[in-house]
Design a protein around this ligand. Sequence first.
Ligand code: NCD
Length: 338
Amino acid sequence: MISFTGEHILSVNQFDREAVERVFTIADNMKPYAARQKRTTVLDGAILGNLFFEPSTRTRVSFGTAFNLLGGEVRETVGMSNSALAKGESLYDTARVLSGYSDIIAMRHPQAGSVAEFAQGSRVPVINGGDGANEHPTQALLDLYTIANERAYFGHGIDGLHIAMIGDLKHGRTVHSLATMLCLFKHIKFTLISPKDLSMPTHICDIIVNSGHELIVTEQLEGIVEADICYQTRVQEERFETQELANQYRGKFRLNQQIYTQHFKSQTVIMHPLPRDSRSEANELDNDLNSHPNLAIFRQTDNGVLVRMALFALTLGVENTISDFDQEVHWYSNKSKK
Ligand code: NCD
């Protein structure tokens, strides 16, 4: 299992429950830094190579923010056309070169397996920020960290959770990684809701069943009233062969206040990895839930910074020395009041 220092983070399969809980403990320690109550320069002089060859807002920026909050600097390469990959350079060569310029690399790429291939050429740790429809391990960790916090609020742990995952479960890497990681816990009930053609890949369903968890696969929202978490997703239109194929699923599964009231219990927490598709013909998660106290989507995005700080600290071996480099915050900040 993963011991973190100097290691790549490519897949949720590297984690056992103890490793997940270790990340959560360090993430908790990061709160005063993210809330700007104090700052640290523990990674002063370190460089993150942030390589994003697919669209990204929160993953890319929260990786960068997390590194900055630990005192390090961020160098970004965004978009395939701006890199030598567009000239036919192999992932291996790009990795050899860019790892000479950075202490650690975060990378997203449209092809499944590409980040692992890149890591083989890298001389520094590589963190997978999403490889095609395959995996998104840091999102799974931040989702699970959010679930742990939301559950704690109601006096529960992750064990015994009932999660409903809704939407494009075939192409959604976030649900692949989250479902797999949840299997490290006990007595999880999965209700997977999607059109047949967009259902969860068999190898993930096998992991769920073979690790003794309960699995319900359905095309209907009915019968999920007792779910603790409703994890809504976007139809991954960019992964369909043609736009026409994608269009037939647009708006198929919507969640709004009326549907929430009809199908979920009053304590059900609503999650979404974001971005949500807010075009009226899609609108999988309606704005009329924006002020609902159980809407956790922006707690997820805030938690992304804490979890990514923890992963950087662990991977670069500074998790126990962060507070040795504490500094005061000199500017006005109301972040901790939110
Ligand atoms: C997701 C992704 O890129 O896989 N977003 C994210 O990283 N938070 C989900 C999506 O794009 O729908």
